[in-house]
Write a protein that binds this ligand. Sequence first.
Ligand SMILES: *Cc1c(COP(=O)(O)O)cnc(C)c1O
Length: 358
Amino acid sequence: MSRFWSDTVKALQPYVPGEQPRISGLIKLNTNENPYPPSPAVHAAIAAANDTALRLYPDPQASALREGIARYYRVTPEQVFVGNGSDEVLGLAFVALLKHAAPLLFPDISYSFYPVYCGLYGISYRTVALTEDFRIAVADYRQPCGAIIFPNPNAPTGCLLPLADIEALLQAQPDVPVVIDEAYIDFGGASAVALIDRYPNLLVVQTLSKSRSLAGLRVGLALGHPQLIEALERVKNSFNSYVLDRPAQAGALAAFEDEAYFRQCRDAVIRSRECLSAGLQARGFSVLPSAANFVLVTHPLHDAVWLAARLRERAIVVRHLAQPRIKQYLRISIGTDGECTALLHALDAILNDKGANT
Ligand SMILES: *Cc1c(COP(=O)(O)O)cnc(C)c1O
């Protein structure tokens, strides 16, 4: 704290990202990155973009990328917004669409960045408790509010809400903006993009960080009615017009154009998820059913923080989230089959090491 800080900064409670430890040979299962590299076509496109044109500003509209995404989802480019990671897209959406006199609603267990944006922008919010089994009950969102946001699949639970439930919510709340954060939708759910033509209050946010192995490139997107997209553009152009650099625009477009590679990696992650879930259950963990590239797990006999510390000693990092209802849970990202096996072997060693218990 310094006397030079603005009152805004003094009051901030910033988001704490998962760590990126510099430990060699680390098995990194803490930030839901994809264990597979990006498509070779992405590397080629970025290499081609790394030429003398870097002298010039990038296209502020990212037209080629937005057109590519529009072709991919069979929508128009006017229904597509792109930003520097979906965290930025979400940040812009909080100002552009989610800030109203009535409170914003989101689940009590959800992406912990949402309350941070509310703090930054002075947005009033109310959390809605997940059910006992950690599900979103859309009926609980039928209450007066200014807007609604939640991830689907939810994070950090991994639980998927069927599209029919989202449509029921949109019908019940036609007069408030509804943002669905689909960071993990490719790993097992049906996207609400199918609904944007019918529901002008629906904004769907996605990222290339998880299912397209591009967390390091920072590209996110939003799909929705052109007027919602215009709202995002207006805020973006009041802050930074050039959010996506030339290599990012080129690489992201190439990622959407290599569908075969995308499916291959996604299917491998889904297979590993099922395998890891079974292996964890065989070792006494309860595993929430996940449609994402991570699982949220708890062991009835072992403290979650203690387990995470023992894994870390074995150079395996997983994420513990200090949220009240999930204090005894660990979120484990899906790695390669080799990484998942190494995790299970480490757990065998830890759980069989009696005496070293909690
Ligand atoms: C990972 C994640 C994001 C952010 O992704 P970036 O595009 O890398 O900024 C947004 N929402 C949820 C729920 C996430 O888990």
